[in-house]
Design a protein around this ligand. Structure first.
Ligand code: DC
Length: 224
Protein backbone atom coordinates (compact mmCIF):
# COMPACT_ATOMS: atom_id res chain seq x y z
CA UNK A 1 0.00 0.00 0.00
CA UNK A 2 1.31 3.44 -0.91
CA UNK A 3 0.36 6.55 1.06
CA UNK A 4 1.34 9.82 -0.66
CA UNK A 5 1.62 12.83 1.62
CA UNK A 6 2.19 16.26 0.10
CA UNK A 7 1.80 19.75 1.45
CA UNK A 8 3.19 23.15 2.23
CA UNK A 9 6.53 23.86 3.91
CA UNK A 10 6.53 23.72 7.70
CA UNK A 11 3.03 22.25 7.96
CA UNK A 12 4.22 19.31 10.07
CA UNK A 13 4.32 16.87 7.14
CA UNK A 14 7.55 15.13 8.14
CA UNK A 15 6.75 14.83 11.85
CA UNK A 16 3.24 13.53 11.16
CA UNK A 17 4.37 11.16 8.37
CA UNK A 18 7.06 9.67 10.55
CA UNK A 19 4.78 9.18 13.56
CA UNK A 20 2.06 7.73 11.33
CA UNK A 21 4.49 5.30 9.68
CA UNK A 22 5.57 4.11 13.12
CA UNK A 23 1.97 3.65 14.25
CA UNK A 24 0.87 1.63 11.22
CA UNK A 25 4.19 -0.20 10.70
CA UNK A 26 4.87 1.24 7.24
CA UNK A 27 8.24 2.40 5.88
CA UNK A 28 8.70 6.17 5.84
CA UNK A 29 10.43 8.03 3.03
CA UNK A 30 11.09 11.74 3.29
CA UNK A 31 11.78 12.82 -0.28
CA UNK A 32 12.78 16.36 0.67
CA UNK A 33 15.96 14.81 2.13
CA UNK A 34 17.12 13.90 -1.38
CA UNK A 35 16.72 17.48 -2.62
CA UNK A 36 18.39 18.78 0.53
CA UNK A 37 21.35 16.41 0.06
CA UNK A 38 21.79 17.62 -3.53
CA UNK A 39 21.55 21.25 -2.37
CA UNK A 40 24.25 20.51 0.23
CA UNK A 41 26.49 18.92 -2.39
CA UNK A 42 26.05 21.91 -4.73
CA UNK A 43 26.85 24.46 -2.00
CA UNK A 44 29.89 22.41 -0.88
CA UNK A 45 31.18 22.53 -4.46
CA UNK A 46 30.49 26.26 -4.82
CA UNK A 47 27.80 25.61 -7.41
CA UNK A 48 24.74 27.87 -7.42
CA UNK A 49 21.56 25.77 -7.02
CA UNK A 50 20.08 27.25 -10.22
CA UNK A 51 23.17 26.61 -12.39
CA UNK A 52 21.66 23.80 -14.48
CA UNK A 53 24.74 22.87 -16.57
CA UNK A 54 27.00 22.58 -13.51
CA UNK A 55 24.34 20.78 -11.45
CA UNK A 56 23.77 18.32 -14.31
CA UNK A 57 27.48 17.54 -14.32
CA UNK A 58 27.51 17.27 -10.52
CA UNK A 59 24.72 14.67 -10.62
CA UNK A 60 26.91 12.36 -12.72
CA UNK A 61 29.40 12.19 -9.85
CA UNK A 62 26.97 12.13 -6.97
CA UNK A 63 25.73 9.02 -5.20
CA UNK A 64 23.10 9.34 -2.50
CA UNK A 65 22.33 6.58 0.00
CA UNK A 66 19.41 6.98 2.36
CA UNK A 67 18.33 5.03 5.40
CA UNK A 68 14.91 5.99 6.71
CA UNK A 69 14.53 3.09 9.13
CA UNK A 70 16.23 4.57 12.22
CA UNK A 71 15.15 7.20 14.71
CA UNK A 72 16.68 9.84 12.44
CA UNK A 73 16.89 9.88 8.65
CA UNK A 74 20.44 8.99 7.55
CA UNK A 75 21.63 10.45 4.26
CA UNK A 76 25.07 9.92 2.74
CA UNK A 77 26.44 11.77 -0.26
CA UNK A 78 29.35 9.94 -1.88
CA UNK A 79 29.69 7.84 1.30
CA UNK A 80 29.84 10.93 3.57
CA UNK A 81 27.14 11.17 6.23
CA UNK A 82 25.54 14.61 5.81
CA UNK A 83 22.38 13.92 7.84
CA UNK A 84 22.98 16.64 10.42
CA UNK A 85 23.83 19.29 7.82
CA UNK A 86 20.53 19.39 5.96
CA UNK A 87 18.22 21.45 8.14
CA UNK A 88 19.69 24.97 7.93
CA UNK A 89 17.79 27.85 6.35
CA UNK A 90 20.48 28.04 3.65
CA UNK A 91 19.93 24.41 2.65
CA UNK A 92 16.12 24.78 2.84
CA UNK A 93 16.12 27.67 0.37
CA UNK A 94 18.74 26.05 -1.88
CA UNK A 95 16.72 22.80 -1.94
CA UNK A 96 13.62 24.62 -3.11
CA UNK A 97 15.67 26.20 -5.93
CA UNK A 98 17.57 23.07 -7.01
CA UNK A 99 14.33 21.08 -7.05
CA UNK A 100 13.03 23.22 -9.93
CA UNK A 101 15.64 21.72 -12.31
CA UNK A 102 14.53 18.92 -14.64
CA UNK A 103 17.69 16.76 -14.33
CA UNK A 104 17.43 16.98 -10.54
CA UNK A 105 13.81 15.80 -10.55
CA UNK A 106 14.73 12.92 -12.86
CA UNK A 107 17.60 11.93 -10.57
CA UNK A 108 15.43 12.06 -7.43
CA UNK A 109 12.56 10.27 -9.16
CA UNK A 110 14.81 7.23 -9.67
CA UNK A 111 15.85 7.32 -5.99
CA UNK A 112 12.21 7.50 -4.89
CA UNK A 113 11.17 4.57 -7.07
CA UNK A 114 14.13 2.49 -5.78
CA UNK A 115 13.19 3.25 -2.16
CA UNK A 116 9.58 2.27 -2.81
CA UNK A 117 10.49 -1.03 -4.45
CA UNK A 118 12.12 -2.28 -1.27
CA UNK A 119 9.01 -1.98 0.90
CA UNK A 120 5.45 -3.30 0.33
CA UNK A 121 3.88 -0.60 2.52
CA UNK A 122 5.19 2.94 2.47
CA UNK A 123 4.39 6.47 3.46
CA UNK A 124 6.19 8.77 1.07
CA UNK A 125 6.20 12.46 1.82
CA UNK A 126 7.09 15.47 -0.34
CA UNK A 127 5.50 17.89 -2.82
CA UNK A 128 4.67 15.86 -5.94
CA UNK A 129 4.16 12.34 -4.59
CA UNK A 130 0.41 12.07 -5.26
CA UNK A 131 0.53 14.09 -8.48
CA UNK A 132 3.65 12.76 -10.24
CA UNK A 133 5.60 10.07 -8.38
CA UNK A 134 2.68 7.81 -7.41
CA UNK A 135 -0.47 9.05 -9.15
CA UNK A 136 -2.06 5.66 -8.33
CA UNK A 137 -1.31 5.84 -4.59
CA UNK A 138 -3.89 4.08 -2.41
CA UNK A 139 -4.27 7.18 -0.27
CA UNK A 140 -3.33 10.78 -1.04
CA UNK A 141 -3.08 13.45 1.64
CA UNK A 142 -2.54 17.20 1.38
CA UNK A 143 -1.26 18.88 4.54
CA UNK A 144 -1.81 22.56 5.16
CA UNK A 145 -1.16 24.96 8.05
CA UNK A 146 -1.77 28.68 8.50
CA UNK A 147 1.39 30.80 7.81
CA UNK A 148 1.45 32.54 11.23
CA UNK A 149 1.31 29.20 13.02
CA UNK A 150 4.01 27.74 10.76
CA UNK A 151 6.31 30.70 11.50
CA UNK A 152 5.58 30.44 15.23
CA UNK A 153 6.47 26.72 15.25
CA UNK A 154 9.67 27.30 13.25
CA UNK A 155 10.75 30.10 15.62
CA UNK A 156 10.17 27.78 18.60
CA UNK A 157 12.34 25.15 16.87
CA UNK A 158 15.14 27.68 16.41
CA UNK A 159 14.90 28.63 20.07
CA UNK A 160 15.05 24.98 21.13
CA UNK A 161 18.36 24.76 19.25
CA UNK A 162 19.63 27.85 21.05
CA UNK A 163 19.24 30.08 17.96
CA UNK A 164 17.30 33.32 17.70
CA UNK A 165 14.88 33.56 14.82
CA UNK A 166 13.35 36.76 13.48
CA UNK A 167 9.65 36.03 12.98
CA UNK A 168 9.31 38.23 9.88
CA UNK A 169 12.35 36.69 8.19
CA UNK A 170 11.11 33.19 9.05
CA UNK A 171 7.69 34.02 7.61
CA UNK A 172 9.19 35.45 4.41
CA UNK A 173 11.47 32.43 3.95
CA UNK A 174 8.54 30.04 4.32
CA UNK A 175 6.41 32.04 1.90
CA UNK A 176 9.29 32.18 -0.59
CA UNK A 177 9.65 28.39 -0.45
CA UNK A 178 5.88 27.92 -0.85
CA UNK A 179 6.01 30.20 -3.87
CA UNK A 180 8.94 28.29 -5.42
CA UNK A 181 7.28 24.92 -4.79
CA UNK A 182 3.86 25.93 -6.14
CA UNK A 183 4.97 27.94 -9.14
CA UNK A 184 7.77 25.92 -10.70
CA UNK A 185 7.14 24.55 -14.20
CA UNK A 186 7.91 20.90 -13.40
CA UNK A 187 5.98 18.97 -10.76
CA UNK A 188 4.68 21.92 -8.75
CA UNK A 189 2.96 21.38 -5.43
CA UNK A 190 -0.78 21.12 -6.11
CA UNK A 191 -3.76 20.32 -3.96
CA UNK A 192 -5.39 17.37 -5.71
CA UNK A 193 -9.18 17.12 -5.47
CA UNK A 194 -8.98 13.44 -4.46
CA UNK A 195 -6.48 14.11 -1.62
CA UNK A 196 -7.64 14.06 2.01
CA UNK A 197 -7.14 17.65 3.21
CA UNK A 198 -5.58 18.00 6.64
CA UNK A 199 -5.25 21.45 8.20
CA UNK A 200 -2.84 21.09 11.13
CA UNK A 201 -3.15 24.70 12.38
CA UNK A 202 -5.03 23.90 15.56
CA UNK A 203 -4.40 20.16 15.85
CA UNK A 204 -1.81 18.25 17.86
CA UNK A 205 0.49 15.74 16.15
CA UNK A 206 -1.45 12.90 17.83
CA UNK A 207 -4.76 14.23 16.49
CA UNK A 208 -3.30 14.46 12.97
CA UNK A 209 -1.88 10.94 13.18
CA UNK A 210 -5.22 9.56 14.41
CA UNK A 211 -7.11 11.24 11.56
CA UNK A 212 -4.72 9.82 8.97
CA UNK A 213 -4.76 6.40 10.59
CA UNK A 214 -8.55 6.39 10.03
CA UNK A 215 -7.97 7.30 6.39
CA UNK A 216 -5.52 4.41 6.00
CA UNK A 217 -8.06 2.00 7.51
CA UNK A 218 -10.68 3.24 5.02
CA UNK A 219 -8.26 2.95 2.12
CA UNK A 220 -7.38 -0.62 3.17
CA UNK A 221 -11.07 -1.55 3.16
CA UNK A 222 -11.47 -0.16 -0.36
CA UNK A 223 -8.38 -2.05 -1.50
CA UNK A 224 -9.70 -5.44 -0.26
O1 DC B 1 10.11 18.75 2.61
P1 DC B 1 11.41 19.56 2.64
O2 DC B 1 11.26 20.91 3.25
O3 DC B 1 12.53 18.81 3.26
O4 DC B 1 11.79 19.78 1.10
C1 DC B 1 12.88 20.58 0.70
C2 DC B 1 12.63 21.14 -0.69
O5 DC B 1 12.65 20.07 -1.64
C3 DC B 1 11.27 21.83 -0.88
O6 DC B 1 11.36 23.23 -0.84
C4 DC B 1 10.82 21.43 -2.25
C5 DC B 1 11.64 20.25 -2.61
N1 DC B 1 10.85 19.04 -2.75
C6 DC B 1 10.26 18.80 -3.96
O7 DC B 1 10.35 19.62 -4.86
N2 DC B 1 9.58 17.65 -4.18
C7 DC B 1 9.46 16.74 -3.20
N3 DC B 1 8.79 15.60 -3.45
C8 DC B 1 10.04 16.97 -1.93
C9 DC B 1 10.73 18.15 -1.73
Amino acid sequence: MIVAIDGVTGSGKSTISKALAKKVGFAYIRTGSFYRALAYQAISNNIKPDDEPKITKMLQNTKIDADFTGQHVKICVNEKDVSDKLNSQEISIAASVISTLKPVRKYVSALQKQSAEIYPNIIMEGRDIGSVVFPNADLKVYIYCDIDERARRRKAQFEQNGEIGDINKIKNDILQRDYNDMNRKISPLVRLPEAFYLDTTSLSIEQCVDLLNEQIKNAKQHKN
